[in-house]
Design a protein around this ligand. Sequence first.
Ligand code: NAD
Ligand code: G3P
Length: 360
Amino acid sequence: MSDVTPAREHPPLTEALRLPLAQIEPDALRIAVLGAGSWGTTFAKLLADGGSDVVLWARRREVAQEITETHRNSDYLPGINLPPNLRAHDSLERVLAGAQQVYLSVPSQSLRSNLHSIRDIVPPDVPIVSLMKGVERGTGRRMSEVIASELQVDPDRIAVVSGPNLALEIAKRQPTAAVVASSSRETAVAVAAASTNEYFASFVNTDVIGTEFGGVLKNLIAVAVGIADGVGYGENTKASIITRGLVELTHFAVAYGARPETMSGLAGLGDLIATCESKLSRNNTAGRLLGQGYAFTEVIAQMNQTAEGLSSVGPILELACQRGVHMPIVAQVARVLDGTLDPRELAPHLATDSDEPQGE
Ligand SMILES: NC(=O)c1ccc[n+]([C@@H]2O[C@H](COP(=O)([O-])OP(=O)(O)OC[C@H]3O[C@@H](n4cnc5c(N)ncnc54)[C@H](O)[C@@H]3O)[C@@H](O)[C@H]2O)c1
Ligand SMILES: O=P(O)(O)OC[C@H](O)CO
């Protein structure tokens, strides 16, 4: 069966959630994915398409039922058929029991409270994988840092996945690559092996800081590009913002210990291109609405999915200030968000306060 079909009527959902014995290989890896939004569901699908036995946690029972019984998640992946070896449940205990790898894909600002709920039921010694691309407001912590502190696990058990990964394209099996980073190469390899299939390739590295910050910072540049697009500026403006944005995110990440080459890889440049160019990107879309003149509160009201960049602007600027990193594009995004800069004024030529020409 194709992965994409037109919307159809769902059969009536039964009250009791069944977990049918799907076509699962006896030696398949048992994986838990927490968060049944567009990325959690897509990642669960690609893991299942790679042969693993995947159980997805959905907050809402009706979403779990729909996934298990009709192999659809119509709220987040309309038209996409999910494989039979992907099931869902709204009980964290049921989802985590026996899991050999655990993947997390909830909005970044909710991660800590979700970790509180699973602290005592996460299986010991299994890899914990962040699929998220945000930093925590208030602490400025990366998601892997929040996981390490809340679950009290060795950082060698933690991995992060990042790259040019627009969910809907991957759900349609369009060929894509990502990078899995962990301080332990063994953990990265184990996660990458599970996260590779015929249409999705996972590379590995040990630069957790660069891989995570790449995913966070490209969102902010995508908001800036969206603003330029919404205003009506063309390709020169957007290419200038993307290129200067890459400089900005590289300076920031390197100041925090990232390797520069990570920022020109899949988790840096790769994701920057995908997010800044695609209308599927929620960050890009949020920026476009701002550029069209909508106020921040109106943009939030229109977004029904997570645009992490909007929450990350503040903490990233605070972190930049602490290390003396100049982030003119991100600073302009912050000013558009708080209404103190007209979107038409956002431009790469505002990248410096100096009247003197600067080195590129
Ligand atoms: N969608 C993509 O293309 C994509 C790709 C790569 C990474 N990511 C990252 O994945 C993470 C999740 O994004 P998404 O695209 O799945 O978002 P989404 O908005 O599509 O889904 C978010 C999910 O989290 C649930 N949720 C909301 N508040 C919650 C809470 N307090 N506790 C638990 N669950 C809650 C929602 O019900 C929903 O199931 C983000 O950090 C995002 O940057 C997304
Ligand atoms: O839709 P966005 O803007 O959250 O971007 C999705 C992915 O991070 C692209 O890699």
